[in-house]
Design a protein around this ligand. Sequence first.
Ligand code: SAH
Length: 203
Amino acid sequence: MVREQLEARGISNPAVLSAMAAVPRHLFVQEALRAQAYEDTPLPIGHGQTISQPYIVALMTELLEVRRGMRVLEIGTGSGYQAAVLATLGCTVFTVERLRELYQSTRTLLRQLGLRGIHMQRHDGTLGMPDAAPFERIIVTAGGPEIPRPLVEQLDEGGIMLIPVGTRPRTQRLLRLRKEHGNVRSEDLGSVIFVDLVGDHGW
Ligand code: SAH
């Protein structure tokens, strides 16, 4: 990604800016859309899903306050781009996708890229990934009507979760939750537009 574009919009964390510059976004979109891969816009990735606009990926990555070595759960693997950015930052990424075709094509791509430390599963991510819990960070990249309880349970003490929540599809508020002494504190970080989170604790 073009660093100046992100800096102009307020992204300042040097590690996040470097990771965004390092991950080749054009490889995560269909060939026909490659020319647009470095514009600050969401793009279709097939199956009615989209890769988020780079600014949102950078913003969410910055808000997640990750450090090298952290265990991060992502719900909604999609193209694998957000997972690649987190892995480039040195996180161990556990990512869940519900759609078989996307899961398979993204798994192939991530293998080809040789990115280490990304563990993929295909199932309903609103149930989290119980066999790998707890997680220091959780990032949900699709929007549902509520905060899935299993995700709160799988968030480690001192952990941070970012999740878009809205009572109508494609209209959400981005929430940042912090779990401290068993209590969950929530901050509203503004309005966002994500594709639907579909599942037991989603739409
Ligand atoms: N983080 C992605 C953006 C993906 S779009 C990227 O960087 O490209 C959201 C994705 O969430 C879609 O692929 C959609 O299929 C997936 N999704 C929706 N509901 C889900 C669920 N319950 N569990 C897992 N994935 C889900």
